[in-house]
Structures are given as C-alpha cells and as structure tokens.
Design a protein around this ligand. Structure first.
Ligand code: E4P
Length: 220
C-alpha cells in the first residue's frame, strides 16, 4: 500500500495537468474551490470525473439530512467515482449512514478532533477528512490529529480511510505519510512541488554540462 494522492481543486484544467503524470489517485472539491472556478458545478464535476479513475468528492450544500441525501443522490448520477462529501454534524452522519447503505462512497469533512473521526467511522464513512493546515493556523498541532485517528482506527479495526486535508506544503505530505494517513489531498501547487529539490536541479545541470563538454552522445 502507498499513500494515495488526491488533488484538492475543482478546476478541470488544473486537475488534467496533474493527472497527466499518471500519479493522481482522486480529487477533492469543496464549495469554496467550486466557487473560484466560475463553472457550473455539475458540469465541472462531470469533466473532473472523466479525468481521474479514483474517487472525486462532491460536497453537499444542504445542512439537513434529507437535503444532503437528495443532493448526494444527484451527485451520484454524474459518475460511478463520485464520493459524496458531508459535514461532520449529526445530520451529516445520518446522511452518511443512509448514503453508505445505498452503496455510495461518503467523505466526512471538516474533522478537527479524534472523537469526531471515531463517530464518522461508526457511521460507516469511506473517508474522514481531518484539516491539518486549519488546525496549525489556529495554533494547534494538525499532525497529531492524524496520529490519534490512526491509533483509534487501528485499535478498533475501522476501515474508514484517513484523508489528510488542508495540506499547505510538502512537509505536511511527508508527515502525513509517516503518521500513516491513507490519502493526502494536495493543492495543485503543492503537488508540483513534490519532486523539487535544489540539488536535483544542480546535479542534472552538472551531468549534462559534463556530457556536452566531452561530446558524450546516446548513439542509436
Ligand atoms: C478537503 O477536502 C478540503 O477541500 C481542503 O483540503 C480544505 O483546505 P483549506 O484549509 O486549504 O481550505
């Protein structure tokens, strides 16, 4: 098993660019990301679902259980790889149980405590989304939340996947992998940064310069 990488964006162009690497396992969207694109939500999700094979999270806008279920069913009609994203509220967890019983994937979002994550797992969530960066911003330790959830899920054999969200930088990705997260969802800029190291660039320049100077060629 390997840390799955999702792209945290609702912009089909950004997602297509990242997916072209062949190393993108899914996508997460949220209402704020969708608003930024200026595209029709259903149209954008339709395009995104065709770009990646893995789960594409689409977040409900309703706040009551019945409304969330209705919106979830609407999203599920878009494609088989839709995961319905519901907030970590009592209504959200009721909707989670119901949508899961229909065989749909559910991502429970806006998780900020280990007990919230335990409750989402009890409700059968496919994914739990703990928000690392927002906890760090509030002066807490976002990564310790991932570690605590991992320990609780392992203690009780919960199969809910830990989806590290609100990731701001490459060290967050490294720490999520070390803490045993199942998935990390990355803004496209952080995804592009994953391979960056100044010594890689410097080393490659030197290798190519040496080959050029000596006239070394790859012959057919
Ligand atoms: C997760 O699914 C959310 O879309 C996202 O990671 C939120 O990140 P932010 O705190 O940078 O808005």
């Amino acid at each position: 098993m390997v840390l799955k990488l999702f792209i945290d964006s609702a912009d089909p162009k950004e997602i297509a660019a990242a997916a072209a690497t062949g190393l993108v396992d899914g996508v997460t969207t949220n209402p704020s990301l969708a608003a930024k694109t200026g595209l029709d939500l259903i149209e954008a999700l339709t395009q995104i679902c065709a770009l990646v094979q893995g789960p594409v999270s689409a977040e409900v806008l309703a706040t009551d259980t019945a409304g969330m279920i209705a919106e979830g069913r609407r999203y599920a009609k878009i494609a088989k790889n839709i995961a319905i994203k519901v907030p970590l509220t009592w209504d959200g967890l009721k909707a989670c149980r119901s949508l899961r019983s229909e065989g749909l994937m559910v991502n429970v979002t806006l998780c900020f405590s280990p007990v919230q994550a335990m409750m989402a797992a009890k409700a059968g969530a496919t994914f739990i989304s703990p928000f690392i960066g927002r906890l760090d911003d509030a002066g807490e330790d976002g990564m310790s939340l991932i570690r605590d959830i991992r320990a609780i899920y392992d203690n009780y054999g919960f199969e809910t996947q830990i989806l590290a969200a609100s990731i701001r930088n490459v060290p967050h990705v490294r720490e999520s992998a070390l803490a045993g997260a199942d998935v990390a969802t990355l803004p496209p800029a952080v995804f592009r940064q994953l391979l960056y190291h100044p010594l890689t660039d410097k080393g490659l320049d030197a290798f190519l310069a040496d080959a050029r100077k000596a006239g070394v060629k790859v012959r057919e």
